[in-house]
Design a protein around this ligand. Structure first.
Ligand SMILES: O=C(O)CCC(=O)C(=O)O
Ligand SMILES: [Fe+2]
Length: 237
Protein backbone atom coordinates (compact mmCIF):
# COMPACT_ATOMS: atom_id res chain seq x y z
CA UNK A 1 0.00 0.00 0.00
CA UNK A 2 2.38 2.65 -1.26
CA UNK A 3 -0.08 5.36 -2.29
CA UNK A 4 -1.58 7.84 0.17
CA UNK A 5 -4.86 7.13 1.90
CA UNK A 6 -6.53 9.94 -0.08
CA UNK A 7 -5.35 8.30 -3.31
CA UNK A 8 -6.58 4.88 -2.18
CA UNK A 9 -10.00 6.35 -1.31
CA UNK A 10 -10.17 8.06 -4.71
CA UNK A 11 -9.19 4.78 -6.40
CA UNK A 12 -12.13 2.85 -4.93
CA UNK A 13 -14.72 1.85 -7.54
CA UNK A 14 -17.05 4.74 -6.70
CA UNK A 15 -19.36 4.00 -9.60
CA UNK A 16 -20.07 0.57 -8.20
CA UNK A 17 -20.21 1.84 -4.60
CA UNK A 18 -22.79 4.50 -5.55
CA UNK A 19 -24.84 1.86 -7.39
CA UNK A 20 -24.77 -0.43 -4.38
CA UNK A 21 -25.73 2.43 -2.05
CA UNK A 22 -28.68 3.34 -4.26
CA UNK A 23 -29.69 -0.28 -4.80
CA UNK A 24 -29.28 -1.80 -1.33
CA UNK A 25 -28.40 1.08 0.99
CA UNK A 26 -24.93 -0.13 1.95
CA UNK A 27 -21.64 -0.97 0.25
CA UNK A 28 -18.56 -2.82 1.46
CA UNK A 29 -15.11 -2.10 0.04
CA UNK A 30 -11.89 -4.13 0.25
CA UNK A 31 -8.97 -3.49 2.55
CA UNK A 32 -8.05 0.21 2.55
CA UNK A 33 -6.12 0.45 5.82
CA UNK A 34 -2.90 -1.57 5.87
CA UNK A 35 -2.34 -4.26 8.49
CA UNK A 36 0.32 -2.05 10.13
CA UNK A 37 -2.03 0.92 10.31
CA UNK A 38 -4.73 -1.32 11.79
CA UNK A 39 -2.27 -2.45 14.46
CA UNK A 40 -1.34 1.18 15.17
CA UNK A 41 -5.00 2.13 15.51
CA UNK A 42 -5.56 -0.78 17.89
CA UNK A 43 -2.54 0.45 19.88
CA UNK A 44 -4.18 3.89 20.29
CA UNK A 45 -6.84 2.19 22.42
CA UNK A 46 -4.59 2.38 25.48
CA UNK A 47 -3.60 6.04 25.03
CA UNK A 48 -6.01 7.91 27.30
CA UNK A 49 -4.99 11.36 26.10
CA UNK A 50 -6.34 10.63 22.59
CA UNK A 51 -9.93 10.25 23.82
CA UNK A 52 -12.65 12.55 25.10
CA UNK A 53 -14.94 9.88 26.51
CA UNK A 54 -15.16 6.13 27.11
CA UNK A 55 -18.45 4.25 27.17
CA UNK A 56 -19.02 0.96 28.98
CA UNK A 57 -21.81 -0.36 26.82
CA UNK A 58 -23.41 -2.52 29.53
CA UNK A 59 -23.99 0.54 31.74
CA UNK A 60 -26.44 1.93 29.20
CA UNK A 61 -27.67 -1.50 28.08
CA UNK A 62 -26.17 -0.78 24.63
CA UNK A 63 -24.60 -4.24 24.62
CA UNK A 64 -21.40 -5.67 26.08
CA UNK A 65 -18.08 -4.05 25.22
CA UNK A 66 -16.42 -0.69 25.35
CA UNK A 67 -15.88 2.20 22.98
CA UNK A 68 -13.87 5.39 23.07
CA UNK A 69 -14.47 8.67 21.23
CA UNK A 70 -11.31 10.27 19.87
CA UNK A 71 -10.87 13.93 20.67
CA UNK A 72 -9.73 16.69 18.33
CA UNK A 73 -7.21 16.89 16.84
CA UNK A 74 -7.96 13.42 15.51
CA UNK A 75 -5.06 11.08 14.71
CA UNK A 76 -4.08 11.97 11.12
CA UNK A 77 -5.29 8.67 9.66
CA UNK A 78 -8.79 9.24 11.06
CA UNK A 79 -8.82 12.83 9.87
CA UNK A 80 -7.83 11.64 6.38
CA UNK A 81 -10.54 8.97 6.36
CA UNK A 82 -13.24 11.37 7.52
CA UNK A 83 -12.23 14.10 5.06
CA UNK A 84 -11.57 11.63 2.24
CA UNK A 85 -14.90 9.80 2.35
CA UNK A 86 -17.08 12.82 2.94
CA UNK A 87 -17.17 14.44 -0.56
CA UNK A 88 -18.22 11.31 -2.48
CA UNK A 89 -20.79 10.40 0.15
CA UNK A 90 -22.15 13.97 0.18
CA UNK A 91 -22.98 13.49 -3.52
CA UNK A 92 -24.98 10.36 -2.70
CA UNK A 93 -26.55 12.05 0.31
CA UNK A 94 -27.74 14.91 -1.90
CA UNK A 95 -29.03 12.49 -4.53
CA UNK A 96 -31.00 10.70 -1.81
CA UNK A 97 -32.40 14.02 -0.62
CA UNK A 98 -33.64 14.71 -4.14
CA UNK A 99 -35.20 11.24 -4.44
CA UNK A 100 -37.21 12.11 -1.36
CA UNK A 101 -38.24 15.49 -2.81
CA UNK A 102 -35.98 17.42 -0.47
CA UNK A 103 -33.34 20.06 -0.92
CA UNK A 104 -29.74 18.93 -1.56
CA UNK A 105 -28.41 20.36 1.70
CA UNK A 106 -25.04 18.68 2.12
CA UNK A 107 -22.05 20.92 1.39
CA UNK A 108 -19.22 19.62 -0.77
CA UNK A 109 -16.54 19.35 1.93
CA UNK A 110 -16.27 18.10 5.49
CA UNK A 111 -15.15 21.43 7.03
CA UNK A 112 -18.26 23.12 5.61
CA UNK A 113 -20.49 20.37 6.98
CA UNK A 114 -18.81 20.45 10.40
CA UNK A 115 -19.34 24.23 10.50
CA UNK A 116 -23.09 23.50 10.25
CA UNK A 117 -22.83 21.03 13.15
CA UNK A 118 -20.90 23.55 15.21
CA UNK A 119 -23.48 26.29 14.50
CA UNK A 120 -26.10 23.99 16.03
CA UNK A 121 -24.00 23.41 19.16
CA UNK A 122 -22.78 19.99 17.99
CA UNK A 123 -19.14 20.46 18.92
CA UNK A 124 -17.87 17.11 20.15
CA UNK A 125 -15.97 14.77 17.83
CA UNK A 126 -17.56 11.41 17.07
CA UNK A 127 -15.02 9.05 15.41
CA UNK A 128 -14.64 6.09 17.73
CA UNK A 129 -12.87 2.81 18.31
CA UNK A 130 -14.78 -0.16 19.67
CA UNK A 131 -13.50 -3.18 21.56
CA UNK A 132 -15.51 -6.31 22.25
CA UNK A 133 -14.23 -9.35 24.10
CA UNK A 134 -15.68 -12.86 24.11
CA UNK A 135 -19.41 -12.55 24.83
CA UNK A 136 -19.48 -8.94 23.60
CA UNK A 137 -22.14 -7.59 21.29
CA UNK A 138 -23.65 -4.29 20.14
CA UNK A 139 -27.44 -3.88 20.18
CA UNK A 140 -29.25 -2.53 17.13
CA UNK A 141 -29.00 1.26 17.20
CA UNK A 142 -28.56 4.53 15.32
CA UNK A 143 -25.84 7.15 15.91
CA UNK A 144 -27.55 10.53 15.54
CA UNK A 145 -26.21 12.89 18.29
CA UNK A 146 -28.22 15.99 17.35
CA UNK A 147 -30.46 17.64 14.77
CA UNK A 148 -27.71 17.82 12.15
CA UNK A 149 -26.66 14.41 10.97
CA UNK A 150 -24.95 12.99 7.93
CA UNK A 151 -26.91 10.11 6.36
CA UNK A 152 -23.90 7.78 5.98
CA UNK A 153 -21.25 6.43 8.25
CA UNK A 154 -18.31 4.11 7.63
CA UNK A 155 -17.02 1.28 9.79
CA UNK A 156 -13.68 -0.52 9.45
CA UNK A 157 -12.62 -3.91 10.79
CA UNK A 158 -9.30 -3.48 12.60
CA UNK A 159 -8.59 -7.14 13.17
CA UNK A 160 -9.35 -10.40 11.41
CA UNK A 161 -12.42 -12.57 11.86
CA UNK A 162 -11.66 -16.30 12.38
CA UNK A 163 -8.03 -15.49 13.27
CA UNK A 164 -8.44 -12.92 16.07
CA UNK A 165 -12.07 -13.56 16.95
CA UNK A 166 -15.11 -15.60 15.96
CA UNK A 167 -18.71 -14.46 15.57
CA UNK A 168 -19.04 -10.68 15.76
CA UNK A 169 -20.75 -10.15 12.39
CA UNK A 170 -21.86 -6.64 11.50
CA UNK A 171 -25.68 -6.50 11.39
CA UNK A 172 -27.99 -4.14 9.53
CA UNK A 173 -31.73 -4.29 10.15
CA UNK A 174 -33.95 -2.64 7.60
CA UNK A 175 -37.44 -1.75 8.72
CA UNK A 176 -39.92 -1.71 5.83
CA UNK A 177 -43.15 0.26 6.17
CA UNK A 178 -46.16 -2.04 6.74
CA UNK A 179 -43.97 -5.12 6.20
CA UNK A 180 -41.57 -7.34 8.11
CA UNK A 181 -38.00 -6.18 8.68
CA UNK A 182 -35.09 -7.47 6.62
CA UNK A 183 -31.68 -8.35 8.08
CA UNK A 184 -28.27 -8.07 6.42
CA UNK A 185 -25.13 -9.74 7.81
CA UNK A 186 -21.80 -8.30 6.70
CA UNK A 187 -18.34 -9.59 7.49
CA UNK A 188 -15.26 -7.52 6.77
CA UNK A 189 -11.62 -8.49 6.47
CA UNK A 190 -9.02 -6.57 8.46
CA UNK A 191 -8.70 -3.04 7.06
CA UNK A 192 -11.83 -3.33 4.92
CA UNK A 193 -14.88 -1.18 5.49
CA UNK A 194 -18.57 -0.69 5.03
CA UNK A 195 -20.59 2.39 4.13
CA UNK A 196 -24.09 2.23 5.61
CA UNK A 197 -27.00 4.60 6.31
CA UNK A 198 -27.12 6.38 9.64
CA UNK A 199 -30.88 6.48 9.76
CA UNK A 200 -32.78 5.53 6.59
CA UNK A 201 -32.54 4.93 2.86
CA UNK A 202 -34.86 5.84 0.01
CA UNK A 203 -36.55 2.95 -1.77
CA UNK A 204 -38.44 3.26 -5.05
CA UNK A 205 -42.14 2.52 -4.72
CA UNK A 206 -44.98 2.74 -7.24
CA UNK A 207 -45.61 6.37 -6.29
CA UNK A 208 -42.10 7.73 -5.81
CA UNK A 209 -39.57 6.98 -3.11
CA UNK A 210 -40.31 6.06 0.49
CA UNK A 211 -37.97 5.59 3.46
CA UNK A 212 -36.77 2.41 5.11
CA UNK A 213 -35.37 2.95 8.61
CA UNK A 214 -32.10 1.16 9.34
CA UNK A 215 -30.41 0.17 12.56
CA UNK A 216 -27.01 -1.48 12.95
CA UNK A 217 -25.30 -3.64 15.54
CA UNK A 218 -22.88 -6.50 16.04
CA UNK A 219 -23.67 -10.15 16.80
CA UNK A 220 -22.06 -11.89 19.76
CA UNK A 221 -18.30 -12.37 19.66
CA UNK A 222 -18.05 -16.08 20.46
CA UNK A 223 -14.28 -16.04 21.08
CA UNK A 224 -11.37 -13.61 20.98
CA UNK A 225 -11.34 -9.81 20.85
CA UNK A 226 -12.82 -7.73 18.05
CA UNK A 227 -11.77 -4.13 17.31
CA UNK A 228 -13.51 -1.79 14.90
CA UNK A 229 -13.25 1.84 13.91
CA UNK A 230 -16.33 4.00 13.35
CA UNK A 231 -16.25 7.12 11.20
CA UNK A 232 -19.27 9.27 11.92
CA UNK A 233 -19.30 12.54 9.99
CA UNK A 234 -21.50 14.76 12.17
CA UNK A 235 -20.20 16.02 15.49
CA UNK A 236 -22.23 15.52 18.67
CA UNK A 237 -24.10 17.74 21.10
O1 LIG B 1 -18.32 -2.56 15.91
C1 LIG B 1 -18.97 -2.39 14.89
O2 LIG B 1 -18.73 -2.97 13.84
C2 LIG B 1 -20.16 -1.45 14.94
C3 LIG B 1 -19.69 -0.08 15.16
C4 LIG B 1 -20.77 0.94 15.26
O3 LIG B 1 -21.78 0.81 15.88
C5 LIG B 1 -20.51 2.21 14.56
O4 LIG B 1 -19.47 2.35 13.89
O5 LIG B 1 -21.35 3.10 14.66
FE1 LIG C 1 -22.99 2.57 15.73
Amino acid sequence: MASSLAERIAALDWHSLQQQLDGQGYAAFPSLISGNDCEELIATYGQDDLFRNTIQMARYRFGEGEYRYYQEPLPSLLQELREGFYPMLAQTANRWQEMLGREAIYPATLPEFLAQCHDQGQLRSTPLILKYETGGYNCMHQDMYGDVFFPFQVVFALNQKEKDYKGGEFLLMEQRPRAQSRGHVITLDQGAGLIFPTSYRPVQGTRGYYKNTLRHGVSTITSGTRYSLGIIFHDAK
